[in-house]
Design a protein around this ligand. Sequence first.
Ligand code: ADP
Ligand code: NI
Length: 215
Amino acid sequence: MDKESILAQATAFARDVLEQDSSGHDWWHIHRVTQLARTIAHEEGADPFVCELAALLHDIADEKLNESEAAGLEKVRAWLREHEVETDESAHVMEIISTMSFKGGNGAGMRTLEGRVVQDADRLDAIGAVGIARCFAYSGWKGQLIHDPEQKPREEMTAQEYRHGKSTAVNHFYEKLLLLKDRMNTEFAKKLAAERHRVMEEFLSRLHGEWDGKM
Ligand code: ADP
Ligand code: NI
């Protein structure tokens, strides 16, 4: 099968599996990440086919949608085999997806340029205007509050309190989203991230102001 047909089939597959998701991994997340991956790949001189295919399949293995991480990865591997993706490209895509799904980030970085591109694309979709929207959508799905100014700082919470969803949407900005701009791999993504970061800072400062009726 030629590369264009493989990408078209992967698009249909991702759309079919993730169409109904409301936890922030819906099909449109995949669509945005794939578009970003294509743009960054072009700017950074990465292999566009591997980047696009990995972006399209990157959330199929998510543990929320599968019995286990391993079962999810097996689903992707089976798909690549059925669609006769070349052995080295298939192995490369599997490496990217498995590294991304292991909550990583702090551990070993992505080994290849294509991995760094797809990881940047996924992280960019968690910040900026879209990132703000996804954070609140996810929080609603989980039953978290928008914000709780009386909440204890995380260091003072017991593990129990933390686990039982005492976090809020606004908290997630401080514990993760505002840290992402410094974790971009490629120069092109760093530029996009800086702009998206400013959008979040502006949003948070407005939110805190409006919270106390000062704006
Ligand atoms: P991905 O694997 O696509 O990077 P995650 O599974 O970590 O994303 O999260 C999906 C979306 O939900 C992201 O936009 C993220 O910011 C948001 N999210 C994840 N955890 C939380 C949380 N505890 N509170 C609010 N939003 C969250
Ligand atoms: Ni994702």
